[in-house]
Design a protein around this ligand. Structure first.
Ligand code: ADP
Ligand code: MG
Ligand code: MG
Length: 250
């Protein structure tokens, strides 16, 4: 079974429960949107999926292609093909984008197998072309002095280089202008197909005009309260979140 399956997932920060029984199945080949009002657990879900130690899973399972990942370290999860695009990307002083990408690709290889220069450079050229980015960018230090748009583009560059099987994108649209949004979407859409599944987490419908999701799930108070097609995102855009909060009894 090639799918990301979340079963009855409960998670807390300290002793405060935040996720209260999330159930979701995302077949590989599909991108699902996660929407919902602010402060209801969307980012917590993303962080739990990649293994952020600040969150404690108290119940439930997360299966990636049938393997429970909750006991795995973040880098093991990454090697399984899970990729998280962060809401707030990190700066790593003194590391160029080129170095970083090279290391990230190497980390995904089985032990003893080298990333060849030809493989690296070939992938890089292709990815930069999709992102309409000049090659000189890879000599810059990772995220240092980058604009919001450049940081996002750099995340998508990482994604294109690593060719993940499941992506988790959290609020990738926040603070982006339409041109940057279109480039991000172009990158994600270029990976779409039967080998890619994942979650696109967003409060607003805007990004979903460009990355049209196969399904949309709404999270309120740590649970999925509604699931539908792309039209559900349109409805939220038009009507806001009041009606879903009522559904949740909030
Ligand atoms: P969303 O992404 O839907 O806006 P979050 O998952 O970021 O929501 O947050 C859900 C709730 O959990 C909020 O009440 C938030 O304050 C709380 N929360 C999330 N992460 C932490 C944390 N690291 N420490 C304390 N509270 C947190
Ligand atoms: Mg938030
Ligand atoms: Mg959030």
């Amino acid at each position: 079974t090639h799918q990301l399956e979340i079963r009855n997932l409960h998670a807390s920060v300290g002793d405060q429960p935040i996720l209260k029984g999330i159930n979701l199945v995302v077949p590989r080949g599909e991108l699902h949107a996660i929407m919902g009002p602010n402060g209801n657990g969307k980012s917590t879900l993303a962080k739990v999926l990649v293994g952020d130690p600040e969150y404690t899973v108290t119940e439930g399972e997360v299966l990636v292609d049938g393997q429970n990942i909750l006991e795995m370290e973040p880098d093991e999860r990454a090697r399984l093909g899970l990729f998280l695009a962060f809401q707030y990307p990190v700066e790593i002083p003194g590391v160029t984008i080129a170095n970083f990408l090279r290391l990230a690709l190497q980390a995904r290889k089985p032990e003893g197998e080298e990333v060849s220069f030809t493989e690296f450079y070939g992938k890089l050229q292709k990815a930069l072309a999709i992102l309409e980015w000049d090659e000189s960018i890879v000599e810059r230090y990772l995220n240092e002095g980058f604009s919001g748009g450049e940081k996002k583009r750099n995340e998508i560059l990482q994604m294109l280089m690593l060719e993940p099987t499941y992506i988790i994108m959290d609020e990738t649209d926040s603070g982006l202008d339409v041109d940057a949004l279109k480039i991000v979407a172009k990158g994600v859409n270029s990976l779409r197909g039967e080998n890619l599944g994942g979650l696109i987490i967003t409060h607003y419908q805007r990004l979903l005009n460009y990355i049209v999701p196969d399904r949309v799930h709404i999270i309120v108070d740590g649970r999925v309260v509604q699931t539908g097609g792309p039209e559900l995102a349109q409805r939220l855009d038009a009507e806001g979140y009041d009606w879903v909060k009522e559904l949740a009894g909030a």
